[in-house]
Structure formats: structure tokens, C-alpha cells
Design a protein around this ligand. Structure first.
Ligand code: NCD
Length: 333
């Protein structure tokens, strides 16, 4: 049986998707299996379905975003939902409205799905307590970015056939990266071996407690890896000097063919985007379609987000269908 069969019976036992931490392997497999189905669906000419017709999705972004916001927007629209985008610029947030007041205001408009990105770790969880609908974390500070880890997992599983027992190196600015944190949780849950590689200033001192091996030398850390995940140097979250210069950072930690040569011959290169060419990754490696899965990650992103939007509204949609059936039955009797 292919993984994508029987997806109609899947039930996700959580009200929100706030992080990967706390999910079970079965929860992750449920999302990935359904996402596999949506990958095939998205390759068709007619991508529109009516699964979420009548439902309202609000994307609330307090931080800049290109691919995550667009991906959530496309995902909602392809499922038939009414999707509204709200960013901090041009809204009452600029007039001083607090996060929780904005949450209450949006909640009064009866949305079914709220997709939130915020600069503070924990802000999305706080907001989820103030609303009645499903909340999806699209990145909160340095904490988590669950749909990024899920789309990375889907990319890996489709290319390598499995996640368990693969050696995955997460490289660069781990300290400021919610992508790294969500990926570490997910890869551990799925049974991969996780290494983090970066300068000691950009690797949290207690990261080993999350069950990873720590390296400060790229060639040592990349040795025999199956997957090389590069991270952007997140200068917008840095105050002060974490590294001497960009050119020195690239020399020591930028992924080029030379450093990649110590990984497995078929090692796959990933990056969540946006990437800084010549800073954390050499342009030639990033554009090498035989090694880099960066474009595939973007494609998987839409499918994974469709799966999440679908699963998080299933209980509610099923309940309403049941109630309609009941009313019809009562009317007849
Ligand atoms: C990541 C993010 O925002 O955390 N980007 C993304 O969602 N694709 C990583 C980054 O900004 O470097």
C-alpha cells in the first residue's frame, strides 16, 4: 500500500500546531503521508479543491516573510478557504495594539485558522489561548518553525525513502534559528542522528541536551553525512560581533564543494531560504540540482501546509457534517 492511501481517515489529535516538540512519530507520519497526497495533487493543472470551502484563514505576520506567507496563502486557497493576509505594517499593530488585543479582535471575526509569525518566542502559544480556532505557528522568535521542519522531513523522506538512521548535519547560525530547533526535535523523534556544526558563538552551549552531537569544524562534522542543512546567518537577531567577518565566516563555515566532499557521495544539500550566497553557501552548490534540494523544499512547503490546514480543521468539519445529517434525519422522522 502506498503511504498516501486512506488519508481520508486520518485524524490529528491536536487542536493547534505550535511546535514539533511534544508531537509523536505517528503525528508526524500522519502529516507527511497526507502531504505526499497533496504533492501529487499540486502537480495537476487544476489545483483547486473544496475541502475548506466556507472556512476563513487569517495569516497574521509580525515579521517579514516571502515563502512561508505565500506558501500558507497558496495552501489555503488551493483547499478553497477564504484567505486574508495581515501584516504588522499597515494595521493597528502600528498604532500600539497589543498582540492579545489583536488576537481578540480577529477571534471576534470567527476565523477557522490563524497562521501566526511573531518575533518573540512563545508569542504564538500565548495567542492560541485567546482564540477559539486552530492556530499554526509560522515561526516564533528563536523558538520553533514547525511547518519548515515538516517540509524538510517530507523532502528528505521522498528523496531518501526514510528519515530513521540518516545522519543529518545542521550547520551555521544555530543560536538564532527556529528552523534548527524544530528540525532537531523532528529528526530525533523520527530516529535520525543529528549533528550541529558552527562556531561556538553561534551554537547554544546547552544544545547537546537536545540529543545532538556538536562540532565546530565543518570537515569533521560533515564527514559521512547523508543530509547537509545550511542555515542563514540571521544578522537581524544579532547584537554585537558573533564572527570576525563575512569572508572569514564563509571560509570556515560556508558550504562549498570542497567541504561537501567529505559528506557521503549522494549527500543532499538543503537550505530553508532566504539564502545568502557567498555567506553560508556557495552559489554553485546551491544551484547544483544534483546536490541541492532547495527548490524541492519550497514545493514540499505548500503540500505540507495544505496537510496541516486540512488536518487541523477535520474534527470541526466532520462534526458539522454529522450535525447536518442528524438534522435531516430529525426532519424526516
Ligand atoms: C526561516 C525563518 O523565517 O525562520 N525562513 C523561512 O521560513 N523559510 C529561516 C530564515 O529566515 O533564515
Amino acid at each position: 500500500m502506498s503511504r498516501a492511501e486512506n488519508t481520508a481517515d486520518f485524524l490529528f489529535p491536536h487542536q493547534h500546531l505550535l511546535g514539533i516538540e511534544g508531537l509523536k512519530e505517528s503525528d508526524i507520519n500522519c502529516i507527511l503521508d497526507l502531504a505526499d497526497h497533496y504533492v501529487e495533487h499540486n502537480r495537476k493543472t487544476n489545483k483547486k479543491t473544496d475541502i475548506l470551502t466556507g472556512l476563513t484563514q487569517i495569516n497574521l505576520f509580525y515579521e517579514n516573510s516571502t515563502r512561508t506567507r505565500m506558501s500558507f496563502e497558496l495552501a489555503g486557497k488551493r483547499l478553497g478557504a477564504d484567505v486574508i493576509n495581515m501584516s504588522s505594517s499597515g494595521s493597528s499593530i502600528k498604532k500600539g495594539e497589543t498582540l492579545l488585543d489583536t488576537a481578540s479582535t480577529l477571534n471576534a471575526m470567527q476565523p477557522d485558522l490563524l497562521v501566526v509569525r511573531h518575533g518573540n518566542s512563545g508569542a504564538v502559544k500565548l495567542l492560541s489561548r485567546k482564540v477559539n480556532c486552530a492556530v499554526l505557528n509560522a515561526g516564533d522568535g528563536k523558538h520553533e518553525h514547525p511547518t519548515q521542519a515538516l517540509l524538510d522531513a517530507l523532502t528528505i523522506r521522498r528523496r531518501k525513502g526514510r528519515i530513521a538512521r540518516l545522519t543529518v548535519a545542521i550547520c551555521g547560525d544555530v543560536l538564532h534559528s527556529r528552523v534548527a530547533r524544530s528540525n532537531i526535535h523532528l529528526l530525533n523523534i523520527m530516529g535520525a542522528r543529528v549533528r550541529v556544526i558552527g562556531p561556538s558563538t553561534l551554537v547554544p552551549s546547552n544544545i547537546a541536551e537536545l540529543g545532538v552531537e556538536v562540532y565546530h569544524d565543518m570537515r569533521e562534522g560533515l564527514k559521512d553525512c547523508d543530509i547537509v542543512m545550511m542555515l542563514r546567518l540571521q544578522t537581524e537577531r544579532m547584537q554585537g560581533g558573533y564572527f570576525p567577518s563575512v569572508s572569514e565566516y564563509f571560509t570556515l563555515y560556508g558550504l562549498d564543494y570542497d567541504k561537501l566532499s567529505v559528506a557521503k557521495e549522494d549527500a543532499m544539500v538543503m537550505h530553508p531560504g532566504p539564502m545568502n550566497r557567498g555567506v553560508e553557501i556557495d552559489a554553485a552548490v546551491a544551484d547544483d540540482l544534483t546536490r541541492s534540494a532547495i527548490q524541492e523544499q519550497v514545493e514540499m512547503g505548500v503540500a505540507v501546509r495544505m496537510a496541516c490546514l486540512d488536518l487541523l480543521t477535520r474534527k470541526k468539519r466532520n462534526l458539522e457534517k454529522e450535525q447536518i445529517k442528524e438534522r435531516i434525519k430529525e426532519g424526516r422522522s
